[in-house]
Design a protein around this ligand. Structure first.
Ligand code: AMP
Ligand code: MG
Length: 377
């Protein structure tokens, strides 16, 4: 037996008195309960394990052993963490704050190499994930008739698989949105049940939904103004490089099911990633929102930006706190941290694929061009 294993076995059964209370959290984010010190030691031991050792340990505990080394580490750490916290009757932090996650991946009209294309939503899917059950419990799926460019380009049909007859038969966006609202009500979402929108990147709500509401001359629904950007949560949680749905799945040792760029299939696959992350102990909470500013004195001028967002009662877990501190010291020029409040992070009214500046740091560069590119990686 490797020395690492001995350490872990020791910590698997700590003879610790149970406190039953929340750990004391100091201003600098340090958790002072002895159990947290122990968990921190376990994490240190897990960090030393090789991929094969990690797989062995996971199998031993009947856990999924597929995925990148970073994913396996996180999964094993979470296993010990959950067990120990449960034993001590402590509430785990980093929890998802909602009953449901509404996973949305729009498809829109488009053309090849046309960055200034006026995208209109043509497929509106919602996959509802029950956070406690960690499973898909319902789906909404409709096609939408575009008005500005009613004829789909060959490129668009090839990319999305959406044919002309599907959108011809469909209702316009305001009508479909009405049915979405009814569906949400039927599921008591936003009433008895809390929910948050979850998307792959900021673009579904920030670009497609925002522009579509503007085009259709309707208010953007409140629930669509903030969302969980799963790419961001994924990178922060597993410490993997940023990538599209297929990359995230591959890193988890999973495969895309269905057709890429089909809105409903994309949404189902994003849901599979979200479920795996919930299983691995990740709290999926809103991390971005849109801010819309009306300028009454400059006739008809509206500007919008999206920004990082943090739910008020989200406590980072002690490990995430540690990671955050490490990140901060490693990366003093962190874009999200350093953004001043009156700086527009992304002014989409001015943003086209031609005029986006190329950033040095790809990880933090969330433009639509990168987004498209990442779909292919
Ligand atoms: P996705 O969720 O990746 O399927 O993309 C959502 C929408 O973005 C598509 O329905 C298209 O309107 C647009 N899109 C995605 N990839 C491209 C691309 N390579 N070129 C132009 N538009 C794209
Ligand atoms: Mg899609």
């Amino acid at each position: 037996m490797a020395s690492n294993d001995i350490q872990i076995e020791y910590f698997k059964n700590p003879e610790e008195p149970t406190t039953g209370t929340k750990p004391k959290v100091y201003k600098d984010g340090q958790y002072n309960d002895p159990l947290y010190k122990k968990l921190s030691k376990i994490n240190g031991e897990i960090n030393k394990l090789t991929k094969v050792e990690l797989q062995g340990k996971l199998k031993e505990h009947g856990l999924d052993s597929r995925g990148l080394k970073e994913v396996l580490k996180k999964r094993l750490k979470n296993h010990y963490r959950r067990r120990n916290l449960r034993k001590s009757k402590m509430k785990t932090s980093g929890k998802t704050l909602y009953d449901y996650l509404a996973v949305i991946d729009f498809e829109a009209t488009c053309d090849e190499n046309n960055p200034s294309y006026r995208h209109e939503i043509i497929e509106f899917p919602i996959v509802l994930v029950d956070v406690d059950k960690m499973e898909i419990v319902s789906k909404f799926h409709e096609y939408v008739k575009p008005i500005v460019n009613p004829k789909l380009t060959k490129f668009c049909t090839k990319l999305t698989g959406i044919t002309q007859d599907k959108v011809d038969k469909a209702d316009t966006f305001p009508v479909v949105l009405e049915r979405v609202e009814t569906w949400l009500q039927d599921h008591q979402l936003g009433a008895e049940k809390s929910f948050a929108v979850l998307t792959d990147g900021p673009w579904d709500m920030f670009r497609f939904m925002y522009y579509q509401c503007k085009e259709s001359d309707i208010e953007m629904p409140a629930w669509s103004k903030k969302w969980v950007n799963i790419r961001k949560s994924y990178c922060n949680f597993y410490h993997c490089g940023r990538g599209g749905i297929e990359v995230m799945l591959k890193n988890l040792g999973m495969k895309f099911e269905g057709s890429p760029h089909s809105g409903i299939d994309d949404s189902i696959n994003i849901s599979r990633i979200a479920i795996k992350m919930l299983n691995d102990g990740c709290g999926l909470n809103v991390n971005e929102h849109i801010q819309i500013k009306y300028h009454p004195h400059e006739t008809g001028t509206v500007s919008a930006r999206y920004e990082p967002y943090k739910e008020e009662c989200v406590n980072d877990s002690e490990e995430e706190e540690e990671d955050q501190k490490k990140k901060k010291s490693e990366k003093t020029q962190d874009k999200w941290e350093n953004e001043s409040h009156d700086t527009f992070v992304n002014e989409i009214e001015k943003l086209t694929l031609n005029d986006v500046e190329k950033g040095d740091d790809d990880e933090d560069f969330d433009d639509l061009l990168t987004y498209y590119k990442l779909q292919k990686t």
